[in-house]
Write a new protein. Sequence first.
Length: 377
Amino acid sequence: MSNKIIEITDRCGLKDFVKFPMELYRDCPWYVPPILKSEIDMLDPAVNPAFEFTDRVYCLCRRGTETVGRIAGFVNRRHNERYGTRECRFGFVDFIDDSDVSRMLLDAVKAWGQRRGMTSMVGPLGMTDFDPEGCLVKGFDQLSTSATIYNAPYYAAHFRNWGLHEEARWREYRMKIPDRVPDKHLRIAELVKRKYGLRVFTELNRRKMVSRWGRKIFQLLNEAYAPLYGFTPLTDRQIDYYIGLYLPNIRLDCVRLVADADDNLIAVGITCPSLSRAQQKARGSLLPFGWIHAFRALYCKGGTDTWDLYLVGVRPDFQGKGVNALLFTELIPQARKNGYVWCESNPELESNVKVQTQWQYFERTCHKERVAFRADI
């Protein structure tokens, strides 16, 4: 039976698109399914303001009535203008171990990109740099975090055989949370606070988190992440979208903000109890009972022993001055108090030596790696 490519053009089709990897990895203990509605909303131009400057195409590969693969194509116009490129991204890509299927999917995005005048193709990436990115190439027997994607070992070989070559690599670390803050961190933290007159905000309430700090947090992340691979700053509309999406739901005692005497934000550390097992139990939906698993992971002692680092950023003019030590001096005791034993870093660019050196005082293992590929088209 022959394969054919079907383009998805409505929200109903998006549901099939999002559900395919949930079926593909149904029996995989390391795969963490997304929350179905959240994933559909993220890919819906009527909901996500990233589509104000991003063109998209969603394709399924069907063999008869069976779905055997999926892929998305994106042209982020702001990114191309910023870097002077004509780049088409591919992402949200999954397929069975069949070279004909993967070739047809990649060919479909290539042709779509060429019709828009693009000259290169890169991925797996999302619409923006706040979306999951990278093909897993190490750590296939490690549990995914809720912020990353899982794929089987054969994906990378399919991408290389199609003609893609490695362009960027990310590392992920699993660290043992120490029983106490390392002495060097304590000394550096105290020195930094005195020298620069910094304050750490720990007693946060949800209203102030959104109204007083929300925009400042994402504006800081725009500055802190600016030098990173392919980063494009968030627009005001995107910032408002992420404020509404994330800040009302995070566990506030897992957040630390560092500011100067004038309330200028210097650094932010947003962490979260791991939701990976909770999302596996929820099977893609918070209703009717999936929310119970999420609540237990977030707020019940023993709900998880793992702590995920979501967003950590330091204003560029304070990077390398010990502010990271100040953040973790405040966060480590809270993590131990909450009963967390392990910490997941989430992806860090291999070339980002600054961020990786901050883990030198922790017992750690690089347990996952992922890659972005590129090809001329």
